[in-house]
Design a protein around this ligand. Structure first.
Ligand SMILES: [Zn+2]
Length: 344
């Protein structure tokens, strides 16, 4: 079957259409006919090659997907052919001590669809039945494919890991990446006062429409902390959601309130930073990492989307034959939300 991905690791020049075998569902598994997939920065890392993560090649990208149940493996109950679904890309073994506690994101065998397995930018995918969810009625396939990875990431990071509470202040670093568009909404939904810090022009109105109270524009001559500090009334910011990394993390830490928390969910612009520890202990702050979510958290945020309290932000939808163009769109400076690829 046709897929979009790569046969050799490297840069975007390695990307193209690949052929992989059509999968068959085993016991407890369901085969999904993909109708839409979407890209994440993770796809770029998978393409480049992640140390310690061996993958089968050719490899199909895509960690997010929606579609229709196509075949049902032995022993699967509750799903029938033709049902509209979206998938949770977090693949846990369901057996280790963490899974037994309902803390699947800590699973010792945790894998992600499209990173450790063949992804969703193809015709069919096979997943454990427990990773399927009914596509909420108010969402199209395109919108459904824009939900799973970024919303579970933003929800767990802000609500569970950072413990963001109503009335607190929260800064989202970056405005246009899909995870930021989810985080702005989640922070506002949790009752926080939200400021968005962005380097790019032209995203203010859209960020405000998602629930931000204000937007600040930082850059080489406009350091992040010099903007966040006055915004917070010189009290510092309670929770800072940083997915940028090296260029912003020191400024995020300098902007913390006493008892403030920086939550790091990625490092798209570089992973190695130097932090002045005096700012950490003096303000009794913390830097915590977060990735993906436990199943209960995934279901919680999906419920918010099903009720229309949060909404997926789709930047653009591409037909399958323009997959390469869709992938390049991830790096466009005016990106705002998810890049969705329709199934072949
Ligand atoms: Zn496990």
């Amino acid at each position: 079957m046709r897929g979009f991905g790569f046969a050799e690791h490297g840069g975007p020049d390695r990307l193209g259409h690949v052929e992989i075998a059509e999968p068959e569902p085993g016991p407890g598994e369901v085969r999904v006919r993909w109708r839409a997939a979407s890209f994440n920065h993770l796809d770029q890392f998978t393409l480049a090659g992640i140390p310690g993560v061996p993958i089968e090649r050719p490899h199909v990208l895509g960690s997010d997907g929606s579609g229709v149940v196509d075949r049902v493996g032995p022993g699967v109950e509750g799903w029938s052919v033709g049902e509209k679904v979206l998938v949770n890309p977090g693949l846990s073994d369901g057996e280790c001590p963490a899974c037994q506690r309902g803390e699947e994101a800590y699973c010792r065998n945790y894998r992600i669809l499209g990173e450790h397995t063949q992804g969703s930018a193809t015709e069919f995918g096979v997943l454990p039945a427990r990773n399927l969810r009914a596509l909420p009625e108010r969402l199209s396939f395109e919108q459904g494919a824009a939900v799973p990875l970024v919303f579970q990431t933003a929800w767990r990071a802000l609500k569970s890991v950072a413990g963001l509470r109503a009335g607190e202040s929260c800064a989202i670093i970056g405005a246009g990446g899909a995870v930021a568009t989810a985080a702005i909404q989640v922070a506002a939904r949790l009752g926080a006062r939200v400021v968005v810090a962005t380097r790019s022009e032209g995203k203010e109105e859209k960020a405000l429409a998602l629930g931000a109270e204000s937007v600040v524009r930082f850059g080489p001559d406009r350091p992040l902390d010099k903007l966040l500090w006055p915004w917070s009334g010189k009290a510092g910011v309670d929770v800072i959601f940083d997915s940028v990394g090296a260029p912003t993390l020191p400024g995020s830490v300098r902007s913390l309130a006493r008892g403030g928390r920086v939550v790091v969910i990625g490092a798209t612009a570089g992973p190695v930073v130097e932090i002045d520890l005096r700012t950490i202990f003096w303000r009794q702050g913390s830097i915590r990492g977060s990735t993906m979510a436990h199943v209960a958290e995934f279901d919680e945020v999906l419920g918010e989307l099903a009720r229309g309290r949060l909404r997926p932000v789709v930047d653009a939808v591409y037909p399958f034959d323009r997959a390469r163009e869709a992938f390049d769109r991830l790096l466009a400076p005016d990106l705002f939300g998810k890049v969705v690829l329709l199934g072949p």
